[in-house]
Design a protein around this ligand. Structure first.
Ligand code: CTP
Ligand code: CA
Length: 227
């Protein structure tokens, strides 16, 4: 479907999307990160805009152009992401957390470049905040929360668990071991689980098509809360 031909069902709704990885600084020249490309989150932000929504995109460092007409807030670390999301969430109808925040950061940031020494080296890490769990605490009943789960085993089980633990309305799970799908690719194969317990296995499709379908489901969830 052409973007211009899409029904503007989300006019007047404000959608917050997160995308991409985070970077956790070790010292002035090094950081911890992951393989998230940001493609899925950017496609979702675009799909929401195509549906007529007012979109805010909070993005980690990615090699993608900021989508025209979408307010894009750049962040680096998980703690930056938490601050940007919790601030923007208040005025939004839905949050779609497609970002891949680092669960840990170095326990101490070194102001000077670390010098090499012994043969073995361990790096002490400390837990980062869980953003969806923080949002769950400030969420009003009309607001919709959507999460992702990238798993390498027990995909449905872990996703069900995250849906409950993080108080989500819907979770989109993907098996990162599946060929040609997921990180960095233009297609994805996902299982969608909603708060009512409905489990849908969607066929492999482009991230753009998938984004449009996710937005359609988010719209449905928002309408269910209104009625
Ligand atoms: N997420 C988050 N804050 C974090 C880590 C993850 O809000 N600090 C969000 C992700 O954006 C995603 C969902 O939580 O929408 C699931 O992320 P995932 O990494 O699969 O779950 P975790 O709870 O971090 O569990 P684990 O990594 O141990 O599987
Ligand atoms: Ca994680």
């Amino acid at each position: 479907i052409l973007a211009t031909a899409m029904p503007k069902t989300m006019t007047g709704k404000r959608i917050l999307v997160s995308a991409g990885p985070t970077q956790e600084q070790v010292d002035p020249v090094r950081y911890l990160t992951n393989h998230s490309s940001g493609k899925m989150g950017y496609a979702i932000a675009q799909a929401a805009k195509n549906a007529g929504a007012d979109v805010i995109l909070v993005s980690g460092p990615v090699h993608l152009d900021p989508p025209p007409g979408i307010k894009t807030i750049p962040i680096i670390s998980t703690r930056d992401l938490e601050k940007a999301i919790t601030e923007a969430f208040e005025t939004c109808d839905a949050l779609i957390m497609a970002a891949a925040p680092s669960d840990y950061r170095p326990a101490v940031y070194l102001d000077n470049k670390m010098k090499k020494g012994e043969e073995d080296l361990s790096l002490a890490l400390t837990r980062n905040p869980d953003i969806l769990s923080a949002v769950k605490e400030i969420k009003k009943p009309h607001q919709v929360l959507v999460g992702f789960a990238a798993e390498s085993q027990n995909v449905e089980g872990y996703a069900q668990d995250k849906l409950k633990r993080k108080g989500l309305d819907m979770i989109i799970a993907n098996d990162i071991t599946a060929a040609n799908a997921g990180f960095g690719h233009d297609v994805n194969t996902v299982t969608v689980i909603d708060r009512a317990g409905q489990v849908d296995h969607w066929p492999t499709m482009s991230k753009d098509r998938l984004a449009a379908q996710i937005i359609e489901r988010v719209d449905k969830l928002l309408n269910e809360k209104k009625s």
